[in-house]
Design a protein around this ligand. Sequence first.
Ligand code: DX5
Ligand code: ZN
Length: 214
Amino acid sequence: MIISPSVLSCDFGNIQRDTEMLHQSEADWLHIDVMDGVFVPNISFGFPVLEAIRKHSNKVMDVHLMIQNPDKYILDFKKSGADILTVHYETCPHLHRTIGAIKEAGMKAGVALNPHTPVHLLEEIIQDLDLVLIMSVNPGFGGQKFIHASIAKVEKLAKLIKEKNSHAIIEIDGGVNLETGELLAEAGAQALVAGSFVFNSADPQATISALKKL
Ligand code: DX5
Ligand code: ZN
C-alpha cells in the first residue's frame, strides 16, 4: 500500500519538524491539499508552503488541487516541486486538455472525484490518467467522517481500470484509518491519504507503518 500522509493536519508552526518526521517515516508520498475558498469552503496554503515542504523532503509530492481554474497554475505547481498533480473532475470542463498540460509539464496527472461524482464519467479518459483520487469525504477539511459508499466506488473504479487496460493508481482521501483502510485495501485501493489519523496519534511514524502493512 502506498501511504500519503496529509500535511494539512500538521502543526504549521513546526512545518520543518513535521516534514522531516514524515520524511524519516515509511510514508511513500506527501499529500498536499491546496484549497482556494471558492471550489471548497476553506483556504489552505499555496506555493511558498509547497516550496518549504520541498526543501525538507525529496519524497514524492502528491498535490491535490481543490481550486477553480487549475489550468492557470500548472507550471507554478511544477516549479514549487509537485510530482503528481491531481485536479478535480468538477473544476475541469476541458479535462483532456488539462491532463495533457500536466503531463507536458513533466508531472503525473490525477483526477479527483467528489463523493457524488460517478466513476463512469472517467470512461473516456481513464487510459490517460496516472491516478484517480476517490474522495471519501466532501473536500475542504481534515477530520471528517468516512463515507462508506466510497468502498463500492473503489470496486467500480478497479473494474473500469482493468477493462480499459489503464495503469491509473487508485488513491482514497478522507476519513482513512486502520478500519476503513482495511476495507479499502480489499476493494482495490492502492494508495491511502491519511491526515488526522496520523497526526492525532501518539506515534505518527508507527501509525504510518501500520497503514503501510494494509
Ligand atoms: C480533505 C483533504 C484531505 C484531508 C484528509 O479535503 O483532501 O486530504 O487532509 O484528512 P483526514 O485524513 O483527516 O480525513
Ligand atoms: Zn486531499
